[in-house]
Design a protein around this ligand. Structure first.
Ligand code: GLN
Length: 285
């Protein structure tokens, strides 16, 4: 399966991804992921619950359908909780509050299309990665921008504190970076002509382009990244349990079924992010 490589292969590949994703120094981080978790949703943690922190603005990984939070990560969270004999409870919050929520114990885990980075590893442990991803570029339909080189000197919208934010800030010269709390707000700004492009993870980018007329995605991806589950450094036991649940879910086809349900035709980020082109661009720094 191209979409989901074996966990072992992903682990081997992860070192490479750390180098690529973590290329910016921690000194000029755009957000402080140790900041207070004040904005975290008000959810009571208890022993029979698995509270998972997320930011439900990230289709197809986590988004609202009616009142419910659904998506790939929601299903993974439910499945892991049930395999651990726990009840999954979601805590929806800003993306940059997720790691503080996990470190403070407000949430047990963070599942949010969250990329493994060296900086985040200072604060939390990550499970075995469950899927690959990459940063995509969204531009107006009539734009001449085709890839990274064309972004130099432009005004680019990103989601605050994400790997898209870090990549643009650290790697693209002379840009004005506009940071939004939600990816949706960046796309709105693009539609209103306030910014020249949006850099955001590939699958949400596809969802935004599908939902809004007048914008398109560039073919090239800027990074190769891996999504994993954030767990408190104080809870090695939970990390082990999650890794063994994930391994079982890979083995028995549960993960593939979840990915198939939301990613459909196999034309997904992983394939694009796997392309030599994307990998070369990322390692070129
Ligand atoms: N993958 C990106 C990151 O980890 C964005 C995640 C998100 O916005 N939910 O920074």
């Amino acid at each position: 399966m191209k979409r989901f490589k074996t966990l072992t292969a992903i682990v081997l590949a992860s070192f490479m991804a750390f180098q690529m994703v973590g290329c910016g120094g921690s000194a000029d981080q755009t957000t402080d992921e140790n900041a207070s978790a004040e904005e975290s949703a008000d959810v009571e943690n208890s022993e029979d619950k698995l509270v998972w922190a997320t930011n439900a603005e990230f289709e197809p990984y986590e988004y609202r359908d009616g009142g419910e939070i659904v998506g790939i990560d929601a299903e993974i969270a439910d499945e892991i909780a049930s395999r651990l004999g726990l009840e999954a409870e979601v805590a929806d919050m800003n993306f940059d509050s997720i790691i503080p929520a996990v470190t403070s114990g407000k949430a047990d885990i963070g599942i949010a299309g969250m990329t493994v980075t060296e900086d985040r590893l200072q604060n939390v442990n990550f499970s075995t990665p469950y899927i690959n991803a990459g940063q995509a570029i969204i531009v107006p339909e009539d734009s001449d921008i085709t890839g990274e080189d064309d972004l130099v000197g432009l005004t680019i919208g990103v989601q605050l504190g994400t790997t898209g934010d870090l990549y643009v800030t650290d790697n693209i010269a002379d840009t004005t970076v506009e940071r939004y709390t939600k990816g949706f707000e960046a796309v709105q700004a693009l539609l209103q002509g306030k910014i020249d492009a949006v850099v955001i993870d590939g699958e949400p980018a596809k969802a935004f382009v599908k939902l809004n007329e007048g914008i398109k995605m560039c073919d090239d991806y800027l990074t190769v990244e891996e999504y994993a589950i954030a767990v408190s450094k104080d809870n090695e036991e939970l990390l082990d349990q999650i890794n063994s649940a994930l391994a079982d879910m890979e083995e028995d086809g549960t993960l593939t079924a979840i990915f198939d349900k939301y990613l459909g035709d196999g034309e997904d980020t992983d394939e694009a992010a796997d392309s030599d082109e994307a990998a070369e661009e990322t390692t070129a720094e």
